[in-house]
Design a binder for this molecule. Structure first.
Ligand code: GLC
Length: 498
């Protein structure tokens, strides 16, 4: 059955200025691209950045901010820029003993020299783990789209992959498949009590390992050493264990909560336990009941002994769909939850980064009274337009992969997405493509928001591309697809042409 959404379901008025807005976003985006040693390598974080010499670093090329940039360039067929970006990051992969294998958070050219930040130059001297985990994912997207398997099989890429895997696949004190990180190690890069095994990092770890496998499989076609074979086997096992771990400990629904409330505590010994992390029922927050309603589900923010983080993080949940951690019925439970909570998550400016915000006491204790993360601001319940396209892609990919599943729900999701798209289209140009929005409804431009923020602009362009230009392109993001799936798709597209 053709999946149609009913235009009457729209809450936001479509705009006749669509083409003009898209054209102006495109030209702003071109301005964000910068050259390093004469070649275009990527985008600055925001166009309106302070002059050099100032300590703020929005004029640098951030790896995480360049994720949507690179995906957009791939969809536009501008492979050379993506390759330059991947090569520059590879060149900057750390070789010093204590951080060997880590990719930089950001880099910039200063007086002809490449200067990278691995955390040693950042506010708070924080570590960013997500940048490193994104690199293989982007590399795999590039190889998949451009067909440049030679690059994938090259010694420098294979070496980079091994160095990165060394950071993950080694013995640890816990012996679990998760990566343990300090506070501030990902997009949320100021204290927010997100230390331990935060969802976004673990989901990205999954995407990273999956992409590393794909890249190693391509080395296989050139001669595969025994060592590489072993690495591949260990990585596959790790992937499998990590997915089970996340589904077991992070996935919650109304049903699982009922069980959780009745679980025994204080369990000791090596029998298979129901409550391995000794979570007391009292820690279950009251807002969860309405939030989950009957048929919603989501991955919670973090699992730690006795102290799970029940907050909802938009990016980790959207990526869990794209990377195939959540099975199709779970993805639909997540979509139901988003629909049920749309007044929170989307409100005036889609979409909220994390819900609910910490209240005043928690804010004092957990953020160290960070004024930027005041309740309803920035990372603490703020709204980030750059996040919408990730959830949008998850919805569109689900539609492509399961064309006849729950037509009613998916029609509502499509209408929701259209609404959100129009909200952004109507507001963002006037608000100068701001970085983030504050307040319970996300109406106010963030107090310290930059303007002409690259991922706000390119996130909008990506959503426009997937909704209006070439919906099939969402398949690029599907990490479950193998090289042979891609070959089949290319062959059937070629056959259709004749
Ligand atoms: C802020 C954000 C971070 C982003 C950076 C550059 O620090 O928290 O996620 O990468 O700005 O835009």
């Amino acid at each position: 059955m053709a999946r149609q959404f009913n235009e009457q379901q729209l809450r936001v008025r479509p705009s006749s200025r669509e083409e003009a807005v898209v054209a102006s976003a495109r030209s702003q985006f071109e301005r964000t691209l910068v050259r390093v040693r004469g070649q275009v390598v990527g985008s600055v974080a925001a166009l309106e950045h302070p002059e050099k010499g100032d300590s703020a670093n929005y004029g640098e090329i951030f790896l995480r901010d360049n994720v949507p940039v690179m995906i957009y360039l791939l969809l536009e067929g501008r492979y050379e820029v993506v390759r330059n970006f991947l090569n520059t990051c590879l060149e900057l992969q750390s070789t010093t003993y204590q951080t060997r294998g880590v990719f930089p958070t950001s880099f910039v050219e200063e007086r002809g020299e490449l200067v990278a930040d691995y955390g040693q130059r950042s506010i708070g001297r924080i570590t960013s783990v997500d940048a490193s985990l994104w690199w293989p994912v982007l590399c795999w997207y590039y190889v998949q789209r451009s067909g440049d398997v030679e690059f994938a099989g090259s010694q420098k890429v294979q070496r980079g992959v091994q160095l990165l895997l060394d950071l993950v696949l080694h013995p640890t004190f816990e012996g679990t498949p998760v990566l343990f990180v300090p506070d501030c190690a990902f997009m949320i890069d100021r204290p927010m009590d997100v230390w331990g095994a935060p969802l976004e990092v673990e989901v990205l770890l999954y995407g990273c390992l999956r992409s590393c496998c794909r890249l190693m499989e391509l080395a296989q076609t050139h001669a595969m050493s025994r060592l590489l074979e072993q690495r591949l086997a260990i990585t596959r096992q790790w992937l499998h264990d990590l997915r089970l771990f996340l589904l077991k400990h992070y996935w919650v629904t109304s049903k699982t909560m009922q069980v959780l409330r009745r679980r025994p505590t204080e369990q000791y010994g090596d029998r298979q336990h129901e409550n391995e992390f000794n979570v007391q029922p009292q820690v279950i927050p009251p807002w969860l009941q309405d939030w989950l309603e009957n048929r919603g589900g989501y991955l919670i923010g973090n699992m730690r002994t006795g102290r799970p983080d029940f907050r909802f993080y938009s990016l980790g949940n959207a990526l869990a769909c794209l990377f195939g951690i959540l099975a199709a019925p779970q993805q639909r439970a997540l979509f139901r939850l988003v629909l049920h909570n749309r007044d929170h998550l989307m409100a005036q400016m889609p979409m909220r980064i994390c819900h609910p915000p910490m209240d005043m006491d928690e804010w004092v204790n957990k953020t160290g009274s960070d004024p930027k993360n005041w309740p309803w601001s920035y990372h603490n319940g703020g709204h980030w337009p750059s996040l919408l396209w990730y959830l949008g892609s998850a919805i569109l990919l689900h539609e492509q992969a399961n064309p006849s599943a729950d037509v009613l729900l998916m029609g509502q999701m499509r209408a929701l997405l259209e609404d959100c798209y129009w909200s952004q289209l109507n507001q963002l140009p006037r608000q100068q493509w701001a970085e983030y929005f504050d307040g319970p409804t996300g109406t106010w431009v963030g107090q310290q928001a930059r303007t002409y923020q690259t991922w706000t602009i390119v996130g909008f362009l990506l959503l426009h591309h997937l909704l209006r230009v070439k919906p099939d392109d969402v398949l690029l993001l599907d990490l479950k697809r193998t090289t042979s799936d891609n070959k089949k798709a290319a062959a059937s597209a070629a056959a259709e042409k004749h």
